[in-house]
Design a protein around this ligand. Structure first.
Ligand code: EPU
Length: 424
């Protein structure tokens, strides 16, 4: 059994660098399936989810080489990949669902195990299915698999998404680039990671208009060619460091961070009392006083990201004043609040809302990370808690944060990854 052991009280100061975004690179790896040959991706983070996706692609017949020191992944895709993604990998990595669109377009069939719910909520697939059906696919659920087939080439169509779902937008995008005719995805998600996927697809020869807007227009082409692409920096990791700097009244420079991808979150930190400087290749975040509490409402991009919500609950829990945090994307993302309460936080939830009353300090305790971002939020809380905080299940955090402990130590935190027996 492992845990992050954190002794609270350090002020974080120094520099860290963020690599490519997890939520982009997993999709870029899936997009490689769209072309026979070798696609090369740069700035690939060394995190568990990338290893899972590499394993999935290998099982689909690809040769995947991850050169960790150069942060490069090359994916050699055969003429006809296999089309089945089994449950043992899909359960570890929900982004496996992103192979559905590319496999359907390339192979004529995709069998992807249903990922099921996870610790942050039910996470439906209805928009993925309805969209693919509009493009001419037949989709059925059988023995725990989502099976999508097409009799002939997919055809262009207009798809109106009920909600700007990141995953559905990506699957439809990746299916439609090889469809016959024009596809319009209306109410599309427009996260920077989607813009990044569009960037790779354009380099592969796809024709996409409206990149970065909520209406994507795709003119299908007969085939795509492999390409080389540098992954967009991880705004969520960068945002986590920015919150950590503010909470610890520190001074942290985050190299390779894109301030333009974090506008609302950085504005919230400024309102909380931080000083944020935009640098040529990153951001510097400083804070000299106890932060002020700030209200937060999660929404699809460019709204406030749900993946920074736990970190802002942690910030508000030691801030001056009280704040309302509203979660609109994942119904179970407030489950981690119980762990915050174990640390002495004053947080009360009611449906979508969490009322956080800031306290002078938190009190170190053993807590459990249920997902990546909850884990990050708990680590931040541990940094400002009195005494020792143990964050169990650290592997969740490993899924999204490369070298988290090493970076924290470099910034001056007293943090270690420890093995503990059940009774410790
Ligand atoms: N939804 C449906 N039906 C669908 C699709 C989505 O009901 O067909 C619902 C979901 O259940 C959820 C909401 O719509 O309540 C948002 O889902 P979305 O499809 O936008 O999210 P996702 O693609 O499953 C990605 C990220 C998440 C991030 C969300 C929102 C990846 C691998 N995951 O998930 O990241 O929170 O977008 O921005 O890209 C994380 O990194 O920790 C993480 C959970």
């Amino acid at each position: 059994m492992e845990a992050f052991r954190i002794v609270g009280g350090a002020r974080l100061a120094g520099e860290v660098r963020v690599t490519g975004a997890k939520n982009s690179v997993l999709k870029l790896m899936a997009a490689a399936l769209l072309a026979e040959g070798t696609t090369v991706l740069h700035e690939v983070p060394h995190i568990l989810d990338v290893e899972y996706m590499a394993e999935l692609l290998r099982r689909l017949g690809c040769v995947v080489v991850h050169d960790v020191p150069t942060r490069t992944v090359s994916i050699t895709v055969p003429e006809v990949p296999f089309h089945k993604a089994d449950y043992d990998l899909v359960r570890k990595l929900r982004a496996s669902i992103n192979v559905l669109g590319p496999l359907l377009a390339r192979c004529g069939e995709a069998d992807v195990a249903l990922p099921g719910g996870d610790a942050i909520g039910s996470r439906g697939l209805d928009m993925h299915v309805a969209g693919l059906e509009r493009l001419g696919a037949t989709v059925r659920s059988e023995h725990g698999f989502l099976i999508a087939t097409r009799a002939e080439r997919l055809h262009g169509a207009t798809v109106w998404l009920d909600f700007p779902s990141v995953g559905a937008t990506e699957n439809l995008l990746m299916a439609s680039v090889l469809a016959k005719g024009t596809t319009v995805i209306d109410n599309a998600a427009r996260e920077p990671e989607i813009v990044d996927v569009c960037g790779l697809l354009l380099s592969m020869g796809a024709q996409i208009d409206g990149v970065g807007t909520s209406t994507l227009e795709i003119e299908g082409v007969e085939s795509l060619a492999p390409a080389e692409h540098t992954t967009v920096p991880d705004r969520l990791v960068a945002g986590t460091w920015a919150v950590a700097a503010t909470m610890t009244r520190g001074d942290v420079t985050v190299r390779n961070a894109r301030a333009d991808h974090l506008e609302i979150a950085l504005d919230k930190l400024v309102r909380a009392g931080a000083l944020v400087d935009e640098l040529d290749d990153g951001i510097r975040v400083r804070c000299y006083d106890r932060p002020r509490a700030v209200d937060v409402v999660t929404l699809p991009y460019p709204g406030f990201p749900t993946d920074l919500q736990p970190q802002f609950i942690a910030l508000n829990s030691i801030a001056r004043g009280a704040a309302m945090v509203t979660e609109n994307l994942f119904e179970a993302r407030f489950r981690f609040v119980n762990e915050m309460v174990r640390l002495g936080a004053d947080v009360r939830t009611d449906g979508h809302h969490a009322m956080v009353r800031g306290k002078q300090s938190l009190s170190g305790a053993p807590v459990e990370a249920a997902d990546i971002r909850a884990g990050a939020g708990l680590v931040l809380a541990g940094l400002v808690a009195d005494g020792v905080t143990m964050v169990f299940e650290p592997h969740h955090v490993d899924r999204g944060y490369e070298g988290f402990v090493a970076d924290l130590v470099r910034l001056g935190a007293d943090v270690a990854r420890v093995s503990v027996n059940e009774l410790a």
